[in-house]
Write a protein of this length. Structure first.
Length: 174
């Protein structure tokens, strides 16, 4: 009977030790997350609407004309049939999320007014991509004669194998 109590105490101590080791390992993972930076895809949602497109819109245009200029609206609600909502969101790693909203109001089948954020021009929008690219360090892809001199010259190419069989010619299959 005495042996059963010792065995039980030993088992409980082992389980408690393993649980403590597992919990300590979980705490270590927080530090490992800072070391590993996973790749995150760019997330693009909606239709980009430029300032040039918004300036092209004039009151009195039909729904089809507005659709031809701006594209299909992201939100065309059944409950708000007199308006179309255009929302554009761009999430890129290392940059602030860009969000633009534009609402087009209709009176019947004719455009009445446009409200929303100040849209960037196409050139401004593209320049934001170039600014992110230019901040990255571009590695040197050329080597000068001095740099090439640091490395040994490769040995002469191997002579052709005897028998006149080169890697480009094969005997016929029979």
């Amino acid at each position: 009977m005495f042996r059963y109590g010792v065995r039980r105490t030993f088992t409980l101590a082992t389980v408690a030790g393993m649980a403590a080791a597992l919990l300590a390992g979980c705490g270590y993972l927080d530090g490992a997350r800072k070391l590993v930076d996973p790749y995150k895809n760019d997330v693009v949602q909606g239709n980009f609407v430029s300032r040039e497109q918004v300036e092209f819109l004039k009151p009195g245009m039909t729904r089809q004309q507005v659709r031809d200029v701006l594209g299909t609206p992201l939100i065309a609600s059944v409950f708000h049939a007199d308006r179309w909502d255009y929302v554009f969101t761009l999430e890129r790693r290392g940059t602030e999320t860009q969000k633009y909203r534009l609402t087009v109001y209709f009176n019947g089948d004719v455009m009445d007014r446009v409200t929303g954020d100040t849209m960037p021009t196409e050139a401004e929008f593209v320049a934001r991509f170039d600014a992110v690219k230019s901040s990255r360090k571009i590695p040197l892809l050329e080597a000068s004669e001095e740099d090439l001199g640091k490395y040994p010259v490769p040995a002469a190419a191997l002579a052709a194998p005897p028998g006149g069989i080169t890697p480009g010619t094969y005997p016929p299959l029979e």
